[in-house]
Design a protein around this ligand. Structure first.
Ligand code: MOS
Length: 702
């Protein structure tokens, strides 16, 4: 490295270091590893939502060309211990907890033969008598099995109240009592879930499409009774996750089981149509909101009550009332969750679980309140911006929601808005604009990392991070280069394997903060080590390690959240009922932005996902069959280019020294929060009609 080369500056829009490998096809994904002698597996989903298997006949399947094995609950190897996540307890018992649950696994010499063998498996099922048991898959507020759990997802108390919410609401001069419904939603990453497993010499090696190889290794080691150091899990490149790959999934357990059972490497690539039943979903949420305010807009009572569903085997409670604990000050506040266990697949994480549906409902209700008050919706939010976190009383490490609202309003041209609904017509179109706030917590987990200085002036940084398409690999190289005060080109980064220093998963918008903190510390330590070293570096270089176990776990006396403001303009076709988003603009306060290019991409991507939630995405729970109807990208409509207008994502300079050494907040999820509300509020402004159920498809709007 030339001594004059400029040290890297954090924040610059560096291009992805693996970009060339991806566009040339050199980057290999989990299903693109084919060890010699590789066999292929194809799982068999249950066709009923509730029942007991009376038989799984594998005679025809084993007679198919190339068939190697067919595993069923009656012949599959038993796990050493039951998994914590009951969705992983596959082929271990004969009852069916939901439709799509795997009841057999065919293994053959080619993918086609595995699929044919799977199709030849004869499954018989019974409940009482010869019929499958009736199933119950329909969520309703008044479902008799609804209960208030102790915790919602994320460890939040499910129920909490400050003051006397009902009394304060009853005596508030201005009141809004409203409700919203968000349907089940699915992550549909470009790369469906896949794993390639190889067991040889007492060692298990697995290539998995996942958000974190550490949790996958822990699960496989426990289920198959292997020491963790004999299990290696690799996820070098991952084609999207959004939460659906955040926890180990049945496919990787089945791939490992088949590899151990057959003694051959086994590849299992799920067809997209299996994903909705076995990779989690955002649970539907039914919201009731009651907001009471003084005539000047000051909130006196906030009540957000959520009803959601979970499966029979797992309790997962979408924490949709939690953002109301953070957003606005109010002396009286009730936030609570009820959950109904149904014969449905287990819900799980989907981009900003809790905040996404919760902020849709809360920010839509705030828009209704602004209407009831005759007040500008930006001003209403500014009026209720709290000085400290409403629930905990802790000061914010930084907040800047008001700055985001003001800057967004300025850039969007909000002051030119005619506040009257349904007042702007262009031919057959009604046009309107809306605003909503965004929020997401700042999370961080302990991580380890190592950094090595080589004699040729280059560096290698190792950390078991996972780049699920976010640009994590690039931003971690930037963090290292900045900490080492060297050019970006001098740093080589290794991620995506359990052979590397232990690190948490890519989830909760915490990856960059968690991994980057350890990388930063390892590079600081390396700088000191090199400075102490006399003479040329040894051939193997000098290595320093860091582990943030202590400092990242310390609970600070501050509330740490990212905030933002989103603005949308829509056009509603009065002939067809079609809603088109004309433009979206977000301004975010996310601490220090570490890579302007990849951060913008995350924020815009999140806003696009919010656009899909508002207008097109919807998983229908088919009450007759007890499963989700939309099982492909033709019926589950994620926004295509033609749906996505000009989207601008901006950020304000937020200098927060109370986070981590980089001063960063996460950017992965906040863009999704509030986006659907901004669009829904714009549709109300355009039409004068308040729609309370997503998505806003033409049949609902017309
Ligand atoms: Mo994301 S839902 O935090 O994996």
């Amino acid at each position: 490295m030339a001594a004059t080369a400029t040290p890297h500056l954090l924040g610059t829009p560096a291009e992805r270091v693996e970009g060339r490998a991806k566009v040339t096809g050199a980057a290999r994904y989990a299903a693109e590893h084919t060890p010699p002698g590789c066999a292929y597996a194809w799982p068999v989903p249950a066709g009923v939502a509730c029942g007991r298997l009376t038989g799984v006949d594998i005679t025809d399947a084993m007679a198919q060309p190339g068939a190697i094995a067919v595993l069923t609950p009656f012949n599959a190897p038993r796990f050493a211990a039951p998994p914590d996540d009951a969705e992983l307890d596959v082929l271990q018992y004969d009852s069916v907890p939901h439709r799509g649950w795997y009841v057999a696994l065919a293994v053959a010499d080619t993918p086609e033969n595995a699929r044919a063998a799977a199709a030849a498996v004869r499954v018989t099922c019974a409940g009482h008598g010869d019929e499958p048991e009736p199933h119950d898959v329909v969520l309703a507020e008044d479902h008799p099995d609804a209960y208030t759990p102790e915790k919602a997802n994320g460890g939040h108390p499910a129920h909490r109240e400050r003051g006397d919410t009902a009394a304060a609401f009853a005596s508030a001069p201005v009141r809004v009592d409203t409700g919203y419904r968000v349907p089940p939603l699915h992550n549909h990453p470009m790369e469906p879930h896949a794993a390639t497993a190889h067991y040889a010499g007492g060692r298990l090696t697995v290539y998995d499409s996942c958000q974190g190889t550490g949790p996958v290794r822990a699960v496989l080691a426990a289920l198959f009774d292997l020491p963790e150091d004999r299990v290696t899990v690799v996820a070098e490149h991952v084609g999207g996750g959004f939460g659906g790959k955040g926890t180990p999934r049945p496919h990787v357990v089945l791939a490992a089981m088949a590899a151990i059972h057959t003694g051959r490497p086994v590849k299992l690539a799920l067809p997209r149509r299996h994903l909705p039943s076995v990779t989690g979903h955002r649970a539907p949420t039914l919201h009731r909101l009651r907001l009471g305010a003084e005539t000047d807009g000051t909130l006196v009572s906030v009540s957000h009550e959520v009803t959601t569903h979970t499966s029979r085997v797992n309790e997962f409670v979408e924490q949709a009332a939690v953002p109301a604990r953070v957003m606005y000050g109010s002396p009286h506040s009730l936030t609570t969750h009820r959950v109904v266990p149904l014969d449905v697949p287990s819900p799980s994480w989907m981009r900003a679980p809790g905040e996404t549906p919760g902020m849709y409902a809360l920010e839509s209700a705030m828009d209704e309140l602004a209407g009831a008050l005759g007040m500008d919706p930006v001003d209403l939010r500014v009026r209720n911006d709290p000085a400290t976190e409403p629930d905990s009383g802790r000061p914010f490490s930084s907040r800047h929601l008001v700055e985001c609202l003001r800057e967004g309003a300025r850039r969007f041209g909000w002051d030119r808005r005619d506040p009257r609904p349904a007042a702007h017509r262009e031919g057959p179109f009604l046009v309107g604009t809306g605003v909503a706030a965004s929020t997401y917590p700042v999370l961080v987990s302990p991580s380890a990392a190592s950094a090595t200085a080589h004699p040729d002036g280059t560096f290698t940084v190792r950390v078991n991070a996972t780049d699920i398409g976010t640009g994590a690999r690039t931003v971690l190289a930037q963090v290292a280069a900045a900490a080492l005060a060297v050019p970006l080109e001098a740093v080589r980064i290794e991620i995506g394997s359990t052979r590397l220093p232990r690190a948490p998963l890519a989830g909760g918008s915490s990856g960059t903060a968690s991994w980057g903190w350890a990388v930063h510390r390892a590079c600081e330590a390396l700088t000191r080590t090199v400075a102490r070293h006399a003479g040329p570096l040894p051939d193997g270089g000098l290595t320093a390690t860091a582990d943030t176990a202590d400092e990242a776990r310390r609970t600070p006396p501050y509330a740490r959240h990212a905030f933002g403001a989103q603005f949308a303009e829509v056009r509603v076709d009065t002939v067809t009922g079609e809603v088109r988003v004309r433009r979206m603009l977000g301004v975010f306060a996310v601490g220090r932005v570490l890579n302007a290019r990849t951060a913008r991409s995350q924020l815009v991507g999140g806003m696009v996902m919010g656009l899909g939630m508002a207008l097109t995405e919807h998983s229908t729970m088919d009450a007759a069959h007890g499963d989700f109807t939309e099982c492909d990208l033709a019926s589950y409509h994620v926004p295509a280019h033609a749906d996505v207008p000009d989207i601008e994502a901006h950020w304000i300079d937020e200098d927060d020294t109370l986070l981590n050494p980089m001063g960063s907040k996460g950017v992965g999820e906040i863009g999704t929060t509030g986006a659907a509300a901004a669009i829904g509020n714009a549709v109300h402004h355009a039409t004068g009609v308040r729609f309370r159920e997503l998505p806003l498809t033409p049949d609902r709007v017309l």
